[in-house]
Design a protein around this ligand. Structure first.
Ligand SMILES: Cc1cc2nc3c(=O)[nH]c(=O)nc-3n(C[C@H](O)[C@H](O)[C@H](O)COP(=O)(O)OP(=O)(O)OC[C@H]3O[C@@H](n4cnc5c(N)ncnc54)[C@H](O)[C@@H]3O)c2cc1C
Length: 394
């Protein structure tokens, strides 16, 4: 049987039902959207509303506002894979609702959840996750933004860079220093309306996404805007990324699947040298490599998600493997699809040309490929050291 991966034992009936419902819904949608500025922002808001009205964003938040007691990694991966296969911008919107609200679902108080999560699930409150800074991307600990205690809460000063949904979001989960070292970072929920907060610039990128830099100047937030306790920021950020990393891999998988489907169709229909492109053995070799990379990626993605849903507290190693492999392989699969399309593959606006631009950033954000490599190797070195009686990892 070469049937759907939904038949794999990683999934329960609810996962299959959710993925099939979303796939059918996506088929019925019109996905036209703006390419830049206000039009792009309006499209993102509209996609969020549509996804919310159709009930799919309930998967992104915890009960009672969502469908599961805590965000279910397999469902999130299936949602992202399906959306990315149909429309990468819809996947982006979905991803940000999940990433921006996961700190609240996972670490928020009942009052914080009540204030934020219902709106996120309806697609009415747009979420963002503000961790990176110009000088602190991979090196998160180099974060410079500060939050000082003041009468009635905290005052935020500093800047964030590369923030998805900058200018679109209604609230940002912002990480800032309240002290030194690893326990010196705290997380805050900051409304876009807060005086002292502004989007200082928009950052155009190779595939249309709302992205930009944020500035905080004497931006005062109340004490109940803090997530967790002072010093919990890195734990919250890493816990959130631990959930979301495999979903980035799932999005890459969806894009690779789309490229492969397009390539199969093209190989069968394109006539050259008196036959179909698909008749050429070099074409078949390319298709075989693409199919194998896709299945191997899917196995890594859903192993990671299944482990998490089965109660493994952290899936850093498995999530990193999934993200590293699926994003790198998706880039290769899409590149091969472009090649199989010939000149049509680089025509601006063709499906594979767009995928070629869309996939690139996934190898960078939420931990670049090299960072995933470090996480995997350090995990295994630490484990080996522990087995040998406590030798330290590098
Ligand atoms: C489209 C897009 C959306 C994003 N959205 C968000 C968002 O919503 N919120 C948010 O907080 N951030 C976001 N980011 C930021 C993203 O997480 C960072 O770009 C990423 O962490 C890399 O940081 P950097 O850009 O500073 O690169 P750098 O950290 O400068 O890395 C440059 C290169 O050095 C490599 N490198 C780093 N350390 C090592 C090492 N030890 N050994 C070998 N190589 C190494 C990296 O892998 C990379 O290839 C987004 C980025 C992009 C491109």
């Amino acid at each position: 049987m070469s049937g759907s991966h939904l038949d794999w034992p990683f999934f329960e009936a609810r996962h299959r039902a959710r993925a099939q419902a979303l796939d059918k819904w996506c088929e019925e949608q019109s996905w036209a959207h703006g390419q830049a500025g206000d039009d792009l922002d309006a499209s993102c808001r509209e996609f969020a509303l549509r996804l919310g009205e159709a009930g799919f964003l309930k998967v992104a938040v915890s009960q009672p506002y969502g469908e599961d007691a805590r965000p279910d990694a397999r469902s999130l991966c299936l949602m992202r894979e399906t959306l990315a296969r149909h429309e990468p911008l819809a996947d982006f919107v979905y991803a940000m609702q999940a990433l921006g609200s996961a700190p609240v679902s996972l670490f928020g108080t009942p009052a914080q959840k009540e204030e934020m999560l219902g709106g996120v699930a309806q697609g009415r409150k747009i979420a963002a996750f503000a961790l990176s800074e110009k000088e602190a991307g991979s090196d998160v600990a180099a974060m410079a933004m500060r939050a000082e205690p003041c009468k009635g809460g905290y005052v935020l000063n500093g800047a964030k860079a590369w923030i998805s949904n900058a200018g679109v979001a209604d609230f940002y989960v912002v990480f800032a220093r309240t002290g030194e070292g690893k326990r010196g970072v705290s997380a805050f929920i900051v409304s876009a309306e807060t005086p002292g907060f502004e989007v200082s610039e928009r950052t155009p990128v190779m595939a249309a996404h709302p992205l930009g830099s944020l500035r905080f100047k004497d931006c005062r937030v109340p004490p109940d805007s803090m997530l967790g306790e002072p010093g919990d920021g890195l734990r919250i950020a890493l816990g959130t990324l631990d959930l979301c990393r495999s979903t980035v891999a799932a999005a890459a998988l969806g894009m690779a699947r789309r490229a492969y489907a397009e390539a199969l169709q093209r190989a069968r229909s394109r006539q050259l040298f008196g036959g179909a492109l698909a008749d050429l053995q070099l074409t078949q070799a390319a298709l075989a490599d693409m199919a194998t990379a896709i299945d191997a990626s899917a196995l890594l993605v859903y192993r990671a998600a299944w482990l998490r849903d089965s109660g493994q507290p952290r899936i850093t190693r498995e999530g990193s493997m999934a993200k590293l492999f699926a994003t790198e392989q998706a880039q290769k699969v899409i590149d091969r699809a472009v090649q199989l399309f010939g000149g049509e593959g680089v025509r601006a606006g063709s499906v594979v040309e767009r995928l070629y631009r869309e996939i690139r950033a996934l190898r960078i954000y939420e931990g670049a490929s090299e960072i995933q490599q470090l996480l995997i190797a350090r995990h295994d070195l630490r484990r080996e050291g522990a087995e040998r009686g406590g030798a330290k990892a590098p």
